[in-house]
Design a protein around this ligand. Sequence first.
Ligand SMILES: [Zn+2]
Ligand SMILES: [Zn+2]
Length: 136
Amino acid sequence: MASQACYVRRVSARVLRGSCLCGEIVFEVDPPLARWVYCYCSRCRKATGTGRAANLYVAPQQLRWLAGADRVSRFDLPTARSFATAVCRRCGCPVPHPTRSGRELVVPAGSLDGHAAELPAVEHCEWESRAPWVER
Ligand SMILES: [Zn+2]
Ligand SMILES: [Zn+2]
């Protein structure tokens, strides 16, 4: 029994690796993943070019840049309390960035190269403001 519990802990503690589309930015994220959020708001639609953003949230110290940290371009939306995006300067791929308060780190799920062994339950945010063509 005890050894099985150890095994579960080890699997869920797997470090996640991520990268941008062109490959110049590479990073690692340490578990655990605090939140797993789909957001359907108009800002997330603009930022992603699709119907919803799929983001993981971790503490800022859980991220390590392995390459290309200087390639990250951040945009803070002036009219928003905290909305920001970060992309690779070369390929435009969304990459991790701290929230404006610095308390959390937003990790675009699509920038990860592997899959988390365990994901927190997904939160659907701003479902009421989704585009009419979006399906859950
Ligand atoms: Zn890139
Ligand atoms: Zn949103």
